[in-house]
Design a protein around this ligand. Structure first.
Ligand SMILES: Nc1nc2c(ncn2[C@@H]2O[C@H](COP(=O)(O)OP(=O)(O)OP(=O)(O)O)[C@@H](O)[C@H]2O)c(=O)[nH]1
Ligand SMILES: *[C@@H]1O[C@H](CO)[C@@H](O)[C@H](O)[C@H]1NC(C)=O
Length: 320
């Protein structure tokens, strides 16, 4: 064998490896979720029969949409909804008009019924309930809510009440400071790392948290101190640019959303907020960590190969 044959052999091998990696990546990568017919409709106090949802690409109709992803949340959601509605009705709320969009993520308990009861018992609020036909994962539920909100700004909030709803003011003010149409303000728990709230968490959870942060730096969101906080505010323009192109429906969707923001040069303000751990977390430390690792790899690889990109703000492409 002469040198040339050797080089040809090596090049072929490298190409074959890259091609197989790419094929595996394509096979592992989830496609954009296409909503089921049932998912495109909502119910509310005034419209007890399923009614078509509006699109994020339509003009805004209220100041704020509160998107609540909810999976089996009959236990924890009532407290959260009560305090949220009370604050939205108070003079302190930064939004004069609002809607609450509860996205039942294919729950197997009475989450949708509970949400409808709230809608009927609180006539002063527009509460919309979407019941996804199957469980998509938190990222899928949040994306769906964001794709169908009517707010000039859209806030995602966990149903467990771990955040204080009042802190929406902090995010709101941070967003006001941006001159850009498209901007994001996210809650951060990074300042709590040395406090009781975190120390009380199990050692395993903390070790995993530090591990996750190291990987996040590699993935490209090292500039964000807390990617996973369930309290994030998007301007309507930011939501229009980002959510149509979010692929991941699992826990890592936050990272994908923040990477899309970075790619589109949408500014992100990180705002320290209050947080208290609420029992009843459905996070399984081992399986969910492995799943997160897999999704981070898939995310990173799709970025490397340029497969998952959002078109720049100037193009008028729309995915519903
Ligand atoms: N576990 C889970 N939560 C979902 C799903 N879809 C939507 N969610 C909602 O996502 C939010 C966060 O889920 P949690 O189970 O509270 O997550 P957690 O482990 O408590 O997260 P931390 O608050 O960071 O401890 C809640 O509002 C859930 O109802 C899903 O498929 N699984
Ligand atoms: C959701 O609730 C149903 C009914 O209570 C239960 O059977 C199911 O195991 C729950 N699922 C999860 C993932 O907690």
């Amino acid at each position: 064998m002469d040198g040339t044959t050797l080089i040809y052999g090596a090049v072929t091998l490298v190409l074959a490896v890259i091609l197989s990696c790419y094929t595996v990546l394509v096979l592992l990568s989830p496609a954009l979720v296409v909503p089921h017919e049932q998912d495109k409709k909502y119910r509310s106090r005034n419209t007890p029969n399923p009614t078509p949802l509006p699109s994020i690409h339509a003009d805004p109709e209220v100041d704020l949409t509160v998107v609540v992803p909810a999976f089996n949340e009959t236990q924890r959601m009532p407290t959260m909804l009560k305090s949220t509605l009370a604050y939205l009705a108070s003079a302190a709320s930064p939004a004069k008009t609002h809607e609450v969009l509860i996205v039942d993520d294919g729950s197997r308990d009475d989450t949708s019924d509970l949400a409808m009861t709230f809608a009927k018992e609180n006539p002063g609020h527009e509460i919309r309930v979407v019941t996804l036909h199957r469980n998509l994962g938190k990222g899928g539920a949040v994306r769906h809510g964001m794709m169908h909100g009517r707010g000039k700004r859209l806030l995602m909030v966990d149903a467990d009440g771990a955040s204080r709803f009042e802190d929406v003011n902090l995010l709101w003010d941070a967003m006001d400071k941006f001159a850009e149409d498209a901007s994001i303000a996210i809650g951060s728990r990074a300042h709590l790392v040395k406090t009781e709230a975190v120390v009380k968490r199990s050692v395993v959870r903390n070790v995993l948290m530090y591990g996750l942060h190291t990987i996040l730096r590699v993935v490209g969101v090292g500039h964000i101190r807390d990617t996973q906080c369930g309290f994030k505010l998007f301007s309507r323009r930011a939501a229009q640019l980002i959510f149509p192109y979010q692929h991941l429906c699992t826990w890592i969707f936050d990272v994908e959303v923040l990477l899309l923001a970075k790619q589109l040069r949408v500014p992100v303000a990180e705002v320290p907020i209050e947080w208290h751990e609420v029992s009843g977390s459905k996070l399984n430390v081992l399986t969910d960590s492995l799943q997160m690792l897999r999704d981070l790899l898939i995310l990173r690889a799709n970025l490397v190969f340029g497969r998952w990109v959002a078109p720049p703000a100037t193009t008028k492409q729309q995915i519903q």
